[in-house]
Design a protein around this ligand. Sequence first.
Ligand code: ZN
Length: 116
Amino acid sequence: MHCTDTVADTICRTVELGVTITGAAADSEDRTHIWCSVIGPDPRCPECRIPGQLRDHAERVLTDTPAAGHPVELHVAVPRFVCLTAGCPRSIFRADITGIASPRSVVTTRTERWIL
Ligand SMILES: [Zn+2]
């Protein structure tokens, strides 16, 4: 059972990453799971730099720094866009969330710093 202060602390620390929390739950292994979406994602295509059209979201699971001793797993809904520019080699791309986690990393950027 988490106390209210722990939940509030976890929410505050997650919002700092630039996301909106859409759900939260604790599992039987004492982990806190937080579902969130990216605030103001950059819709520009990495190839032609012209904004694309939102297609759907892909969930990315990231381990965040523990809150009050409880491991935290973030489920980030990363927007996927379709590039509509004629002649652009890129047809689909994900929003850049390098402020939250490095490409292909399974932990948040601040967790990388915390481990070091
Ligand atoms: Zn493009």
